[in-house]
Each structure stands twice: as structure tokens, then as C-alpha cells.
Ligand binder design. Structure first.
Ligand SMILES: [Zn+2]
Length: 292
């Protein structure tokens, strides 16, 4: 009987821990601020001009600003049309594709040993071996650990050059991890993801010159998300993500406000109650036998 009590206590502990992890209800902000420090590919930048800030006309205080920016910088979305003729532009992506369950594939260990590491199909198979099949309609995030460097240009891009990404020989100056073209190809052929995000400047690794991961993904109308923030805090599964780009008509990309909420399903809500009923029942049985 003592053994049963020990087993039930351990079960209660495990069930409660699981429930606690799902009960947080917090919102995870996965966008960086847009401002002076926002990182862009060469040629891009965020211009912010204060038009009015102070007493104005008939009111004691008024603020208004102007901004201008390249599409592909900071936390942003890559529309399929970015690298694929005839594919969806930003305003054409169905809003239903911008919300979905999040899965996170962690390659931070590999990337810490090799800053030019590319996510492989084997990494995806390994992930599925532990977590099950990558669900349809999900937003898949590749966690490289590069967010820790943002917005330091040298450590994030691997170069301080912001005027070009090519050296004199036509090779890329940039070094950061990404997604291997073959893994991108496997994903779009074998799984039904809506979008793919990464915590680096590009879904292709920094050394890429053909941008083949981009081309393989976007040709299948899978959109990209780059410079995604706080991937270290995103759980492997169990979160729901809302990835909302500015709805630029004809845009090839757009600044992205993206956030995740931990999914609290009905089972998670009743888990603690089930655990409590289970434990009380065990206690009643224990006392019943002790009394005899
Ligand atoms: Zn982009």
C-alpha cells in the first residue's frame, strides 16, 4: 500500500509540473523594436523622423512621426514572391496561414561549434523521432542561438560591412547559420508547414550565394520569417504563434509583429483537478486499509 502511495505521489508531481508549464498564459514577444539599431541587409535602414512632438495648435500635447524602411530588415516576413515569380505577395498571404501551432527545432549546439552550420534533413528526422510528425499548418522555427548577438552587427552577420555582403572575389562576407537547401526541399515536399522562421538575418546561411533555401521554400508558397526574437524562450511544441506583417500591397516582404501564446487546452485545464481526485482517492484507500 505504501508503494501505491509513493507511485501516486510521483504521478501527481509529474502531472502538476506538466500542467504548470502549460498554465502560464503568457505572451512571448518575438519581434525586435524598429529603430536606429535595427539590422538590415546592405542598402536598407529604418528612417524615423519626428514631425511633431509637443504643444500643437489647440492641444497641449501632440506626437506624430514619419518612417521609411526597406522591407527586408529587422523582424520581417519574406513573401513567396521575394524569390519566386508569380507567387504570393504580402497582401495576398491568407491570414489563416499567419496563425498556427509553433514548433521549434534547436540547432544551437551545432551552430555554436560552426557558425556556418545549416539545418539538415537529419535534424528534422531527429526532431520528429522525439516530438512526433511536424504538424500540418504549423509555423516552424529554427533556433540557432544567434538572437543572443542581436543587434551587434559583427557577431550577428560575421562582418561589420553594411554596404555589401560580397568580397572582391565575389564570395560572401557573412557567416551565420541557416537552413540547408535540401532540408528546405524535404520540408515542402513531405510536410505541410505554413511558414518558417529563424533567429538570423536569412533562412539561407550567411555564405550562400544562390539563396536556394529561400527559393525552395518560397516556390512552394511557404513564407519566411527572419530576425525572429526570443526563440530561446519558445517551447519545442505547445505554443500558438501569430505572425502579422504590415499588409503592404504588392510587398515582397514586410516588418513583422509576431508573438506566441502558450496553448492552454481543455486537458491542461482539468489536469490538476484529475490529479487531485486521483490523490484523494489513493489517500482514502490507504486510510481505509490502515483502519482495518
Ligand atoms: Zn527577407
Amino acid at each position: 500500500m505504501v508503494n501505491v502511495f509513493v507511485v501516486s505521489s510521483v504521478a501527481l508531481l509529474l502531472v502538476s509540473r506538466n500542467a504548470l508549464a502549460l498554465e502560464k498564459g503568457e505572451i512571448l514577444d518575438m519581434s525586435y523594436d524598429f529603430g536606429e539599431t535595427t539590422l538590415y541587409w546592405p542598402g536598407g535602414g529604418f528612417d524615423f523622423t519626428i514631425t511633431v512632438r509637443g504643444p500643437d495648435g489647440t492641444v497641449p500635447w501632440y506626437e506624430e512621426n514619419k518612417f521609411a524602411a526597406a522591407e527586408h530588415g529587422g523582424t520581417h516576413l519574406d513573401a513567396p514572391a521575394h524569390f519566386s515569380e508569380g507567387k504570393l505577395r504580402v497582401h495576398e498571404i491568407p491570414i489563416s496561414k499567419l496563425v498556427g501551432p509553433a514548433v521549434r527545432v534547436d540547432i544551437s549546439k551545432q551552430a555554436s561549434n560552426n557558425r556556418n552550420y545549416q539545418l539538415t534533413t537529419k535534424d528534422l528526422h531527429d526532431w520528429e523521432g522525439i516530438n512526433g510528425k511536424i504538424p500540418d499548418g504549423c509555423l516552424l522555427f529554427v533556433y540557432t542561438g544567434w538572437g543572443a548577438f542581436y543587434p551587434d552587427r559583427l557577431s550577428y552577420f560575421g562582418s561589420t560591412r553594411d554596404d555589401t555582403y560580397l568580397d572582391d572575389q565575389g564570395n560572401s562576407l557573412y557567416q551565420f547559420p541557416g537552413i540547408a537547401p535540401e532540408a528546405a526541399s524535404w520540408l515542402v515536399s513531405n510536410r505541410q508547414i505554413s511558414g518558417i522562421g529563424i533567429d538570423t538575418p536569412s533562412v539561407d546561411y550567411g555564405q550562400s550565394l544562390d539563396f536556394l533555401a529561400h527559393r525552395n521554400l518560397l516556390a512552394a508558397n511557404v513564407y519566411g520569417m527572419e530576425n525572429v526574437a526570443n526563440l530561446d524562450k519558445l517551447p519545442t511544441t505547445g505554443a500558438r504563434v501569430h505572425a502579422l506583417p504590415m499588409k503592404i500591397r504588392g510587398g515582397s516582404g514586410a516588418p513583422l509583429r509576431i508573438f506566441a501564446m502558450l496553448e492552454v487546452n481543455d486537458y491542461a485545464t482539468i489536469q490538476p483537478i484529475i490529479a487531485m481526485i486521483f490523490s484523494v482517492s489513493i489517500l482514502i484507500i490507504v486510510f481505509h486499509y490502515l483502519k482495518q
